[in-house]
Design a protein around this ligand. Sequence first.
Ligand code: NAP
Length: 286
Amino acid sequence: MLIDGTAAAAKVRAETAAGIAHLRSIGKPVHLVALLVGGTPAAELYAERQAEGCRKIGIDYTLLALPEDISNRELRQEVKRLSVDPTVTGIMLHMPLPHHIDVARVQYEIDVVKDVEGVSPANIGYVFYRRVVIAPCTAMAALELIDYAGVPVEGAEAVVVGASHIVGKPIAMMLLEKMATVSVCHIRTRDLKLHTKRADILVVAAGKAGLITADHVKPGACVIDVGINRVAQPDGTMKTVGDVAFDAVKEVAGHLTPIPGGVGPMTVAVLLRNTLRSAQILAGIA
Ligand code: NAP
């Protein structure tokens, strides 16, 4: 069964839109500021689409374009300024940032409540302490889709492939919170298949196209494909694929997220819901 991330996300968006309208009605508009440093045409296009998405749902959106050669100090100052600006309820950084920028140090300056992506060290840390303030978006999206599919987590064998700070590790912690037995596989895992084959729930976030094939998957398992990879096709065009060999794995898995239409739209919906939550906390109603 395919997990329809677009349909699941629509439900989250609708609930979020209602909350945003309520805040506006009481004179507390939701205002997200996104920082774009340097920026390729693709990044600008993405930012423009995001602006449209925010406006549609009632969020005031400001794109702050900063020069490619901005110093670490200047960027941190900018983030600090926004963190204390009472007219700003949410802050996010468009990735990738230029190589000279220390991303973690910039994220550290985002006010915990205004960190709508949930990626500051503080928000990631709160996940470990079961006191989520703003949840890391992609990790939360993976969990939402497992829930949407109706797959029980408590007592399940869950395997996460990929151990990054903002995706793999928080997913593992959130599954642990829900009482799954969790294994985390990474680049040095000796026998990936040995682990993935045991998984009732398999979440893949490695950024390696086709890493998971049918023989990595236990029949009937719930497979959440977080990966996004651009691969060249024989005709020279580019295609976006996940980390899971979709056509083969769909014959084995019980539930599977497609690409596009899986984790991606849910991540965007969770970002919008987080943006609402930030504003609600600041308004004292969450
Ligand atoms: P990342 O920082 O590159 O982390 C990838 C993780 O996977 C690292 O722990 C890496 O280990 C591990 N890994 C790489 N190759 C592996 C292999 N062959 N076997 C096992 N583990 C392996 O990436 P990320 O930010 O976590 O993102 C992961 C993927 O999700 C990317 O494709 C990204 O584009 C995608 N993503 C999607 C969404 C969405 O909305 N759908 C949002 C965010 C990210 P090492 O560090 O040791 O190499």
